[in-house]
Every structure is written in structure tokens, then in C-alpha cells.
Design a protein around this ligand. Structure first.
Ligand code: SF4
Length: 279
């Protein structure tokens, strides 16, 4: 398997770099084996120095592959796994080991994001196990849709779950993401039942996710879980717009402006009214 893997630079300046076809020519059977074993992952890139993907300063692996099609997705080049680079597990672990000391000193760690990391659940589990052995705090940023791919034991390998709840209400959620909300909520309830730490994230898109009914619904649900340590309201931005254009995709949010600081604050207040810490 290993001799078929190309090794271009993996580190990116940011996840907003457009990266395409990094594994083109890779056979179906290679991908199937990689997914089944987790011995190879498909990564868009990794970045260092992030302060917005979990506590402290973090190394982030950006996985390729996502089953959703969110209207505001900032990284549509991560939808297709073939756009990710085929990276042997040992190489991904070696990168972690290289930064281990610095990550510990900066009270940070390792975050697996995407794309949707649970599209590559075996690779994710092996990386979490390796980071646990190295004493590196680990985080998954996920939409939770594929949460039932993880056993309880595997969930316990994850130090913190950052769960993206995209909208509220089945129909609205399906219109925004192309998928049902229920698996995400079921995953959240499961994390809560296991008493594992959880942060909830909402991308605030004016006209799309800022309806107080949506925010109140998510806030009440999150508060009811009893394990949500923090809510992050992430202002929508247009940094991924050029990717939609380059990929020839129909981007429907060209005219949408980022939310005002007042709107972000008002949204945080709705979460705080439910007793949650919101930023
Ligand atoms: S879940 Fe994330 S990566 Fe997937 S389409 Fe939505 S925003 Fe993009």
C-alpha cells in the first residue's frame, strides 16, 4: 500500500487554500482498504497555531470527505476524499509527535476537523489513540452525523467533542445541509449520557441561521444536555466563496454579509439565557 502514496508537503498556510486532486489516480480498492483499516487517511492539509479549534494553541488535521453540502460551506474542496492527500497513519502520528512539546506548553493539542472526520472513522480512532498515548489533548470537530460509527470505548478516547449544530427543525436543517438533523442530535444525547465534555458551535449566517426560533431551539437542546461547557457562535464569512466559483458550484450566498457584532452578541445572549457560556 505504502509505495503507492505520494508525499507532497502536507502543511498548509490555512484551510482556505484550495486543494484539488491530491489523490487522483488512487484506485477504489486502495480507498476502500484505507477506510476499513484506518492505516491511511485522506487529508486536505494540516495547520499549526490555531486558537479557534478547541482550547489553547492547536495543530489541526483537516480531513477530506463530507456527506453534507452546507450552503455556507467554506471548504467545498474537502467534500471529495480524492481531493485529500493519502497520508499514512505513521506520518500523521510523526507530525503530532514533532509538535507534542509545544502543544503541551501552550495548553493546546490536536484537533481533527474537516470535511467530516467521521467519514474516516478508523483513521480518526487510531489518531486519537496515538495522541492519548503521547499525552496530547485531542478534539474532534464534527457534524455528528456518523457518530454511531464509534463505540463507547472509542468515544472515550476523545477528550472534547466540538459539535456543529447547523440549524434547528428537520426541514430547515435539510435545506441548509442536505441531510437530516436527527443523527446529530442523537450523537449529542449519547455524548451527554456518557458525561463527556461537549462544545456546541453554530455558524451564524444572516437570513439563514439567525432566526431566534432556530437559536432558541438549539440553546434549549444544548442546555438540556447538561454537559455543554461552551457555545461558540461563529460569524459567517466569505473566505470560501472563491472555492465555490473555482469548482463551478452554485453558491447561493454571494450577497450575504457577515453578521454584525450586535447580532453575534444578541445570539450569544439567547444561549446565555439558558445558562450556557456563549462566545
Ligand atoms: S459539514 Fe462542514 S465540511 Fe461538510 S458541507 Fe457542511 S460546512 Fe462543509
Amino acid at each position: 500500500m505504502a509505495n503507492r502514496i505520494k508525499s507532497p508537503p502536507l502543511e498548509g498556510k490555512s484551510p482556505y487554500e484550495l486543494r484539488l486532486d491530491q489523490s487522483s489516480g488512487t484506485s477504489e480498492s486502495f480507498i476502500r482498504t484505507a477506510l476499513a483499516t484506518g492505516d491511511v487517511g485522506f487529508l486536505h492539509s494540516f495547520t499549526t497555531g490555531s486558537t479557534v479549534d478547541g482550547p489553547g494553541v492547536r495543530l489541526v488535521d483537516w480531513t477530506a470527505g463530507c456527506q453534507r453540502r452546507c450552503l455556507y460551506c467554506p471548504n467545498p474542496d474537502t467534500w471529495n476524499m480524492i481531493n485529500g492527500m493519502a497520508v499514512p497513519l505513521e506520518r500523521a502520528v510523526a507530525e503530532l509527535r514533532k509538535y507534542r512539546r509545544g502543544l503541551q506548553v501552550m495548553r493546546g493539542g490536536f484537533t481533527l476537523s474537516g470535511g467530516e472526520p467521521l467519514m474516516q472513522d478508523r483513521f480518526a480512532v487510531k489518531l486519537f489513540a496515538a495522541s492519548r498515548v503521547m499525552g496530547i489533548h485531542n478534539v474532534i470537530e464534527t457534524n455528528g452525523f456518523l457518530g454511531d460509527r464509534l463505540t463507547d470505548e472509542e468515544i472515550r478516547l476523545i477528550d472534547l467533542v466540538l459539535l456543529d449544530i447547523k440549524s434547528w427543525g428537520s426541514e430547515r436543517h435539510r435545506r441548509l445541509t442536505g441531510k437530516e438533523i436527527e443523527p446529530t442530535l442523537a450523537f449529542a444525547r449519547r455524548i451527554a449520557a456518557m458525561k463527556r465534555p461537549l462544545w456546541v458551535r453554530l455558524v451564524l449566517v444572516p437570513g439563514l441561521t439567525d432566526d431566534p426560533e432556530i437559536v432558541s431551539g438549539i440553546a434549549a437542546f444544548a442546555a438540556g444536555l447538561g454537559v455543554v461547557e461552551r457555545v461558540e457562535v461563529l460569524p459567517f464569512h466569505q473566505m470560501g466563496r472563491y472555492k465555490w466559483e473555482k469548482l463551478g458550484l452554485d453558491y447561493q450566498l454571494s450577497d450575504v454579509q457577515p453578521p454584525s457584532s450586535e447580532l453575534v452578541e444578541e445570539t450569544c445572549r439567547i444561549f446565555r439565557r439558558e445558562g450556557l457560556k456563549a462566545y
